[in-house]
Write a protein that binds this ligand. Structure first.
Ligand SMILES: Nc1ncnc2c1ncn2[C@@H]1O[C@H](COP(=O)(O)OP(=O)(O)OP(=O)(O)O)[C@@H](O)[C@H]1O
Ligand SMILES: C[C@H](N)[C@H](N)CCCCCC(=O)O
Ligand SMILES: [Mg+2]
Length: 204
């Protein structure tokens, strides 16, 4: 039986989902899909991951929605004169594991009733949550895990991104009992070599 898709979400926007998706795609040689891209259409997350990986097995699936403006998807869609219909977002068929990257964090609206977290449930995916150590990140991480647990969404684990803070990481893993899958340090160079090498920081 095929694995459940892996859904890479974060405790907020700009938290490192794309960078960590690239590391995971290269490590697992899995496929990549960003269902909703808002803004940066000439340098989309799909293009960024494509540029950073070296293996030839991974397939990059086209986005379901390509919105021109860099805002929350519900607003970006409205500015483009459309409404996102979440039920039409169907995972692409593949024999490989599919890694899906969300937009922003879990409670980001797709339209006036569906949030990213609803899409995760609809796609029957398992979550990898990207957290970052900053003052306030414990709260954002615990709230994210709480929302996932409440909806019965399986969580494969948390990947911490950036500066180490063992006290924060220990608190989060002890409180939530969610697996700590690793921590990616701040990379001074981001290229195919450092992305392939960074796979060593993740236990999967
Ligand atoms: N570990 C890291 N070392 C160095 N730079 C990083 C690291 N993690 C993220 N960055 C940089 O931080 C920025 C934001 O990261 P990224 O694009 O991965 O965030 P995101 O969560 O995917 O954002 P979005 O919500 O827009 O999809 C990028 O410029 C990225 O290169
Ligand atoms: C445009 C940006 N890079 C993301 N794709 C969308 C982030 C939406 C955040 C909405 C919010 O939480 O307020
Ligand atoms: Mg991204």
């Amino acid at each position: 039986m095929q694995n459940k898709p892996l859904f890479v979400t974060g405790i907020g926007t700009d938290i490192g989902k794309t960078l960590i998706s690239a590391i995971l795609v290269e490590k697992l040689k899995c496929d990549y899909w960003k269902p909703v891209q808002a803004g940066e259409l000439d340098n989309s997350d799909t293009m960024k991951v494509q540029r950073l990986i070296s293996n030839i097995r991974s397939v990059f699936h086209p986005e379901a929605y390509r919105l021109t403006q860099p805002y929350s998807p519900h607003k970006a869609a409205a500015l483009d004169g459309i409404t996102i219909e979440e039920k039409t977002i169907i995972a692409p068929k593949t024999d490989n594991t599919l890694l899906i990257e969300g937009a922003g964090g879990l409670m980001v609206p797709l339209n006036n009733h569906a949030l990213v977290i609803d899409l995760i449930k609809q796609l029957n995916a398992e979550v990898i949550l990207v957290s970052q150590n900053y003052l306030g990140s414990i709260n954002h991480t615990l709230l994210s895990i709480e929302a996932l647990k409440q909806r019965g969404i399986p969580v494969k684990g948390i990947i911490f991104n950036g500066e180490e803070n063992s006290s924060t990481e220990d608190y989060i893993t002890n409180y939530t009992q969610v697996a700590h899958l690793g921590r990616i340090p701040n990379l001074s160079i981001i290229d195919k070599n450092t992305i392939a090498d960074a796979g060593k920081y993740i236990s999967l």
